[in-house]
Design a protein around this ligand. Structure first.
Ligand code: ASP
Length: 581
């Protein structure tokens, strides 16, 4: 190599040793007779020193160097008089004997330091410069570590990594496909996989037993904040398993990742049914770093003459510990908060159990102190607490209460960024009805098996059938999901019937899978993790973009290579495509 050491490894141990370093000029400072340069590479920063008195020529040429030029430097390790305890190389500097400029650099469009002055779009356009910055570089290194530890764990459990194709076939279920025209088959298109779901199931039929892949998936969805059209999954499948086997195996994976990457021993991983999660948290991906569970108050509040509660389909409350002294102003502000169009509630009712033992609510006219005390008892509250109540239509009120709970948890500092609480949510509904399409859709995907005890309801009451499916949730974020699959042709056919496919449509789109099921398909199931999101969570960030080397912006554009872009008339002709836009 051109260097003897990296910019991140020298300490007093190498004092007086001759060394050669390579890297980028991050910053230079002229202090009278001395010039200091910070030389940066992936591994860190090392200070170079030039002395006007000992070598004026060298010092002058060092002063003429510009930011981000690439240097090869020879010199000797010396002890610094002014030590920097913040960096591993802070005790030493290199007294430079000679250097070569390996390449020059234009002035970068933003400062390449931890806190950059560059806006998001500019940094995306020059992502290769952005990656030189420590926070972005560290995010990518973290991602690589999570991927390596994932492979370590799964390899040790006898999983095999198999690559599945990227040019596959479009199917109408799920999100919109990205499609690729086929030149050799004019008028026909491949689709990019939304996930390798059917392939991993076919690998089970093929006897691979345990499969995984760290794999790119593509979904052409309208980009909501922090969605990427291409993203990565840790995709897994196992044969001869029941749900319990999957949950245990992948609890093992997440424990391994937290331990090896973050040094964290996870507490117990609870399991909650979808129904329990919705009842207690109003949400199928609850943040369980704090309690503040919601409860139905309809029975307690009805018949006292308060119309709002009497006429509401649901009356939901949470008890906020120690907040009885919330001021009128704070409560008004919360009321405005629930009235925002995103939540659209008409108002917020509060009840205080004051520290002096008295009760005070916004509905004292209808409810006595005795009545109000019962609310607190129902919610497990105590003197000094505050009860917040929302009433109205069930879906809307549940959502608003779920948001209010998260908001209060945030305000009280109960959603600690360095605390991780993992849980499984199980027993999701198998199907959901879409009013626009006037038909049932699979909530997970059409290959998910119904819970055996609910199969008899498939025709009579499809909405009540639970799926043998599970999601892993961490701190209110869904990081993974999967299911035990259907593995016989009749059941798969029945599922397609329920979803409104004709026999021909089912055969046309998924015939390959149903045919495979006729050649001895083993019982199987699996899971996929959203790898980008998992990395963001490990890094303590809300944004997956920071963990993707070359992400796309909110409009689905790659600002650096300027894509998507038009293609030439010849290319279009070759593909047999006429563009009419
Ligand atoms: N393929 C599914 C998904 O992408 C995950 C699974 O069921 O394994 O959500």
């Amino acid at each position: 190599m051109l260097r003897s050491h990296t910019c991140g490894e020298l300490t007093l141990k190498q004092k007086d040793s001759p060394v050669t370093l390579c890297g980028w000029l991050q910053r230079s400072r002229d202090l009278g007779g001395m010039t200091f340069i910070d030389l940066r590479d992936r591994y860190g920063i090392t200070q170079l020193v030039f002395n006007m008195e000992t070598d004026a020529e060298l010092c002058k040429s060092a002063r003429s160097l510009s930011r981000e030029c690439v240097l090869k430097v020879k010199g000797k390790v010396a002890e610094r008089s002014n030590k920097n305890s913040k960096i591993p190389t802070g005790d030493i500097e290199i007294v430079v004997d000679s250097f070569d400029v390996l390449n020059s650099s234009l002035v970068p469009p933003f400062t390449i330091e931890d806190n950059s002055d560059g806006g998001e779009e500019l940094r995306m356009k020059y992502r290769y410069l952005d990656i030189r910055r420590s926070p972005v570089k560290e995010s990518l290194l973290l991602r690589a570590r999570v991927a390596a530890e994932t492979r370590n764990y799964l390899n040790a459990q006898d999983f095999v990594e198999v690559e599945t194709p990227v040019l596959i076939k479009s199917t109408p279920e799920g999100a919109r496909d990205f499609v690729v025209p086929s030149r050799m088959n004019p008028g026909e298109f491949y689709a990019l996989p939304q996930s390798p779901q059917t392939f991993k199931q076919l690998l089970m039929v093929a006897g691979m037993d345990k499969y995984y892949q760290v794999v790119k998936c593509f979904r052409d969805e309208d980009l909501r904040a922090d969605r990427q059209p291409e993203f990565t999954q840790i995709d897994c499948e196992m044969s001869f398993v029941e749900r319990e086997d999957i949950l245990v195996t992948f609890e093992g994976l997440i424990r391994h990742l937290f331990k090896s990457v973050k040094g964290i021993e996870l507490p117990e991983i609870p399991r909650l049914s979808y129904a329990e999660a919705m009842n207690s948290y109003g949400n199928d991906k609850p943040d369980i770093r704090f309690g503040m569970k919601m409860k139905e108050m309809k029975a307690l509040t009805s018949g006292k003459g308060f119309k709002v509660f009497d006429e509401a389909a649901t009356v939901l409350a949470i008890c906020v510990e120690g907040c009885a002294e919330y001021t009128r102003k704070q409560l008004d502000e919360l009321t405005e908060w629930v009235k925002r169009p995103q939540l659209g509630m008409n108002g917020l009712i509060y009840g205080r159990w004051n520290p002096d033992g008295t009760f005070k609510s916004s509905v004292d006219k209808f409810y006595s102190a005795e009545d109000q005390k019962k609310w607190f008892e129902h919610l497990g509250g105590k003197q000094g607490d505050l009860v917040l109540v929302l009433a109205g239509d069930t879906a809307k009120t549940t959502k608003a209460m779920s948001e209010l709970r998260l908001e209060m948890g945030g305000r009280l500092g109960l959603r600690k960024p360095d605390e991780y609480r993992v849980l499984w949510v199980t027993d999701f509904p198998l199907l959901e009805y879409n009013e626009d399409a006037k038909r049932w859709f699979a909530m997970h995907h059409p290959f998910t098996s119904p819970s055996p005890e609910d199969v008899h309801l498939l025709d009579s009451d499809p909405g009540a059938v639970r799926a043998n499916a599970y999601d892993m949730v961490i701190n209110g974020v869904e990081v993974g999901g999967g299911s035990i699959r259907i593995h016989n042709k009749e059941m798969q056919q029945r599922m397609f019937d329920v979803l409104g496919f004709t026999k021909e449509e089912a055969q046309n789109q998924f015939g390959f899978l149903m045919n495979a099921f006729e050649y001895g398909a083993p019982p199987h199931g699996g899971i996929a993790y959203g790898f980008d999101r998992l990395c963001a969570l490990f890094g303590g960030s809300d944004s997956i973009r920071d963990y993707i080397a070359f992400p796309k912006n909110n409009a689905g554009r790659d600002m650096m290579i300027d894509s998507p872009s038009q293609i030439s008339a010849e290319q279009l002709k070759e593909l047999g495509i006429r563009v009419t836009i």
